[in-house]
Ligand binder design. Structure first.
Ligand SMILES: Nc1ncnc2c1ncn2[C@@H]1O[C@H](COP(=O)(O)OP(=O)(O)OP(=O)(O)O)[C@@H](O)[C@H]1O
Ligand SMILES: O=P(O)(O)OC[C@H]1O[C@H](OP(=O)(O)OP(=O)(O)O)[C@H](O)[C@@H]1O
Length: 299
């Protein structure tokens, strides 16, 4: 891959080119992630390109739906987009999924009007389907054989409106909470693919070391967001019960206190389980239970 892009000029030679969504659903969380990973940058007004401070990384802001194609074709080294977009792009052979990022979770589903009461998705083979994911949709309906050629039409957004407007018998669209689907009088008939946001890299990037460094930074930030450090004191007789509640990522740190028969324990715990864990520790006799946020981490 050629480091100096033909797509956007003025990219310093040797820089990693990292594509992130320029707007839409994933934008805010991607910006938070970049900041947390120390990829500080200033984006000049109206420009879709920014240099990172202190690292040879150029950010390019692109539509989420195009990012897998750029990474697959090698114009860009690294990218953040939905797993659904990666699958739709057909670039799986050229792109490595480096890491799942834990947000943007949704399901690409075949949806039909509730009034049609379709339970078996195969009855939609050969019918009119509207979607923003035509390749995945074709692949899905191909399982029912070539004889029933399903008529797949692409629209760029508001897919849920297609049945009500008479353009489609069913749609293939994303579902998260189901609010959009229900409001349009649709229901899920089948799941095509489950998705979340992923960090992807071109398999032949010449910047492997820098890509790995950025990956470790993002991983460190995600761990710091997902975990808390808990610390407590516990007597020897209750130590093993308490340790079983807080096994830590590898193992808890156990230190003997000056007071005979008492120990201080520190361990990482999942943020979402922290209240339950504190209750359980208290129940097995732990005292002085404290929780600390992590600023950042490297595992
Ligand atoms: N409701 C949702 N919940 C969770 N993730 C979603 C949802 N809708 C979309 N996504 C994820 O975000 C990605 C980008 O979707 P989005 O609708 O923001 O597209 P866009 O092209 O970036 O923006 P826009 O539609 O505003 O042009 C999707 O491919 C999917 O992975
Ligand atoms: O299950 P829900 O929580 O309702 O989310 C699903 C909706 O979110 C996305 O659309 P978005 O709002 O991004 O707009 P779009 O239709 O223009 O893509 C997706 O295409 C669905 O329509």
């Amino acid at each position: 891959m050629d480091g100096d892009s033909q797509v956007i000029p003025d990219i310093p030679k040797g820089n990693v080119i990292f594509a992130v969504p320029k707007k839409g659903r994933l934008y805010e969380q991607c910006m938070k992630l970049l900041l947390g990973a120390g990829l500080d940058h200033i984006r000049p007004p109206r420009l879709d390109i920014a240099e990172c401070k202190g690292l040879p990384v150029t950010l390019v802001f692109l539509p989420a739906h195009d990012i897998a194609t750029y990474v697959g074709e090698g114009n860009v080294d690294l990218g953040i987009t939905g797993y659904d977009v990666l699958q739709e792009s057909g670039e799986g052979d050229n792109v490595e999924t480096v890491m799942e990022l834990g947000f943007g979770k949704c399901r690409l589903c075949v949806q039909a009007p509730v009034t049609s009461a379709i339970k078996d998705v195969s009855v939609l083979a050969g019918k009119r389907i509207v979607t923003s994911f035509p390749h995945l949709t074709k692949k899905f309906f191909d399982q029912f054989g070539d004889d029933k050629e399903t008529k797949i039409k692409y629209v760029s957004g508001s897919v849920e409106a297609a049945c009500g407007l008479g353009l489609a018998d069913a749609v293939v669209d994303l579902v998260e909470t189901g609010t959009t689907m229900k409001a349009a009088g649709l229901e899920v008939v089948a799941e095509v693919v489950a998705s979340q946001t992923v960090l992807i890299a071109n398999k032949s990037t010449p910047h492997r070391q820098l890509v790995e460094r950025i990956t470790r930074r993002i991983e460190g930030h995600i761990t710091a967001e997902r975990y808390l450090m808990i610390s407590y004191n516990v007597s020897l007789e209750n130590l093993s019960a308490a340790q079983a509640i807080t096994p830590g990522k590898r193992s808890p740190t156990v230190t003997q206190l000056q007071e005979e028969g008492w120990y201080a324990v520190q361990a990482l715990i999942e943020k979402k389980k922290s209240s339950d864990i504190m209750d359980q520790l208290s129940e097995v006799g732990a005292t002085d239970i404290l929780l600390f946020a992590l600023q950042n981490s490297r595992m």
